[in-house]
Design a protein around this ligand. Structure first.
Ligand SMILES: [Zn+2]
Ligand SMILES: [Zn+2]
Length: 199
């Protein structure tokens, strides 16, 4: 049993939904430098919290549907081994992070793309259960965060990955067509990436 959570970019050109069911996802906040750099690359530091954290709902790509504006999806990679970081061309709303293969069984949907206020979102996908990589946070590691990734978060992440692998969570995916990425990602040059580093 699942109930859809609405997705929408800031301008409304891109919309869709996530099928959410108990245990199918993981709600976290990531303070890492790459997530901060991604927001900076889009000129969208406004999606970050006061410590530079990105609110993310991790699930399987197969649980996402884009019902409108799929042609506006773009991807950015911060380095040649970096995640596929999806966003919308229309209004630079961050969409989600995937591993670097179209067979990625995993996507971290950026909560900004979820068309619910924080309270309704937490009711729909569950509350944040981990605050990770706090050592990169602005102004030092927040009291509620772990400096790296806490061991207590590992079983949840492993379970999610395994479940997604077993259930074929990589497909169908709004980001993949015939086994290839929907669009070729833009790769940042090392110089461009260095400019985005949080100091
Ligand atoms: Zn838009
Ligand atoms: Zn991150």
């Amino acid at each position: 049993m699942s109930s859809p959570v609405p997705l929408r970019c800031d301008c409304g050109a891109v919309a869709g939904e996530i099928a959410v069911s108990p245990g199918a996802g993981n709600h976290c906040v990531c303070f890492c430098d790459d997530c901060q750099a991604f927001a900076a690359a889009l000129g969208r530091e406004d999606v970050l919290d006061a410590w530079g954290g990105t609110d993310i709902y991790q699930t399987a790509p197969a649980h996402l549907r884009i019902t409108q504006g799929q042609d506006q999806l773009r991807a950015l990679r911060l380095n040649p081994k970096g995640l596929m970081r999806w966003y919308t061309a229309c209004c630079k709303t961050p969409v989600g992070n995937m591993m670097s293969t179209p067979r990625s069984p995993f996507i971290g949907v950026i909560s900004r793309f979820i068309a619910l206020d924080a309270e309704a979102r937490d009711r729909a996908v569950g509350p944040v259960t981990s605050w990770v990589l706090g050592r990169f946070a602005k102004g030092g590691c927040p009291p509620h965060a772990h400096p790296k990734v806490p061991l207590s978060a590992m079983p949840g992440i492993a379970k999610l990955l395994l479940r997604n692998l077993i259930t074929g969570g990589h497909s169908p995916s709004p980001f993949v067509v015939d086994g290839a990425w929907l669009v070729e990602p833009e790769l940042l040059s090392p110089e461009a990436r260095a400019k985005l580093s949080p100091s």
